[in-house]
Design a protein around this ligand. Structure first.
Ligand code: ZN
Length: 150
């Protein structure tokens, strides 16, 4: 029987090898770029937002499997949501990764939080230097959402 770690590794590799929503948007959109110098990861995102809803997402980037898989998983989690929901999801993700202090969102007693494939990244918590890799797409997303709000 495959261990949970092995299952998570497979989910991460699948997103790394087959990134979702890779490309760029041609219509009106906001664009943000991010860099994680400690690992050399690059990430950029296009968001089409109307009336506070993220209608479309496209990403590009290069770097380690953790950074790129995190970005791919993020696109699936945020497309179709509101800006507020995307920010709430980002907060939940940062709690799971130990980036911010607070209640563990993966506590089964805690209702509501659904991270889906993103839960596969929780093992990265054990490797502090890689947490920045997992967080890069989310800091880039925050930049894009701030532009959309402005
Ligand atoms: Zn990295």
């Amino acid at each position: 029987m495959a261990s949970l770690d092995e299952l998570y590794r497979q989910v991460i590799l699948d997103h790394y090898r087959n990134p979702r929503r890779r490309g760029s948007l041609s219509g009106p959109h906001v664009h943000a770029e991010g860099l994680n110098p400690s690992c050399g990861d690059e990430f950029s995102i296009d968001l089409q937002i109307e009336d506070g809803v993220i209608l479309d997402v496209a990403i590009q980037g290069q770097g380690c499997s953790i950074s790129q898989a995190s970005g791919s998983m993020m696109t699936e989690a945020i497309v179709g949501t509101t800006i507020d929901d995307a920010r709430a999801l980002s907060s939940t993700f940062k709690l799971m990764m130990g980036i911010t202090e607070g209640e563990d969102p993966l506590d089964p007693e805690r209702p509501g939080a659904v991270l889906g494939d993103l839960e596969a990244l929780q093992g990265v918590r054990k490797f502090p230097v890689r947490i920045k890799c997992a967080d890069l797409p989310w800091t880039t997303l925050a930049d894009a959402l701030d532009q959309a709000d402005a």
